[in-house]
Design a protein around this ligand. Structure first.
Ligand code: ADP
Length: 273
């Protein structure tokens, strides 16, 4: 994927500014200690996390793998103030996430966190540029200004010629690239990605991961990515396995992968990036 001169210049200036700002902050961006999460279900209490600890340094890129149902999505939701723990400390970007009320949590998410999910969740009736502009407009930025900024981000993800396309007119890889631009348009510090390549064929998944890696570096992001793709997990600076309610280095012995997980990992779709 080649960038236009305008996109490259915009990227360089944003990168320099962001990297400078973030280099000043050397404390871990995420500090989780003694995390517990329990669900009451019809069949009793489900204890998902038991004294889970996690520290993620500013600028680090961490992969989390684990069996389906291990709690990976729940952990991302707790880190991103979308769900509450039953107990424990969760400090993210110097904010005690548990102390936030609903309004404060929404502001915290808008300011600090970019989310990307397995499904792009772009609004089908709006163009790619309008989808990317939406978080800015939600913060009170004028439509014209938001769309100009969105166009810069579409350049940056290599989609300057797709701004007027609706999501249904884009390939799976392109939809995820638009979703990435939307996640980052407000310049969050933390990128939380939940199976961002899980719905893509292997080649497209690799290209989307290349883009995540590039944006992570150029914008000084701290990134946590849940994935079933061991090749992509191995490309992150640190890879952890969520198992029995705790996080362990991926290098420790792994349980056998169930056939349904294997199928999920290997499923392919015919889409191009
Ligand atoms: P993963 O992302 O690793 O596949 P999840 O975080 O989605 O796992 O879910 C972890 C477990 O928590 C699953 O067994 C799921 O059924 C359970 N769970 C998630 N949300 C709820 C809920 N609101 N009530 C009860 N159980 C839940």
């Amino acid at each position: 994927m080649t960038l236009s001169p305008r996109a490259a210049a915009a990227q360089d200036s944003r990168a320099a500014r962001d990297a400078q700002t973030r280099a000043l902050d050397s404390a871990p961006l995420i500090q989780v200690h003694g995390l517990r999460k329990s669900y009451r279900t019809a069949r009793g209490t489900l204890d998902l996390f038991q004294n889970l600890d996690l520290e993620v340094a500013t600028g680090e890129m961490v992969a989390i793998v684990g069996q389906s149902g291990a709690g990976k999505s729940t952990l991302l939701h707790i880190l991103g103030a979308l769900d509450s723990p039953s107990d424990g400390t969760v400090v993210c970007a110097s904010v005690d996430v548990r102390s936030l009320n609903m309004r404060q949590a929404a502001a915290f998410r808008g300011r600090e966190i970019g989310y990307v999910w397995q499904f792009h969740y772009l609004l089908p009736e709006f163009t790619a540029r309008e989808n990317v502009a939406m978080p800015l407009m939600a913060r009170g930025i004028s439509k014209a200004e938001a769309q100009t900024e969105a166009a810069g981000w579409l350049d940056e993800v290599g989609l300057s010629d797709r701004g007027d396309h609706r999501p249904g007119e884009l390939s799976g890889g392109e939809q995820q690239r638009v979703a990435l631009a939307r996640a980052l348009v407000c310049h969050p510090r933390l990128l939380l990605a939940d199976e961002p390549t899980g719905d893509l064929d292997n080649t497209t998944a690799g290209l989307v991961f290349d883009l995540i890696e590039r944006l992570h570096q150029s914008h000084g992001l701290t990134s946590i990515m849940v994935t079933h793709n061991m090749d992509l997990a191995a490309r992150c600076a640190r890879a952890l396995r969520l198992e029995n309610g705790r996080l362990k280095p991926l290098t420790e012995a792994a349980p056998p992968v169930s056939s349904s997980e294997t199928n999920k990992t290997q499923s392919t779709f015919s889409c191009s990036i």
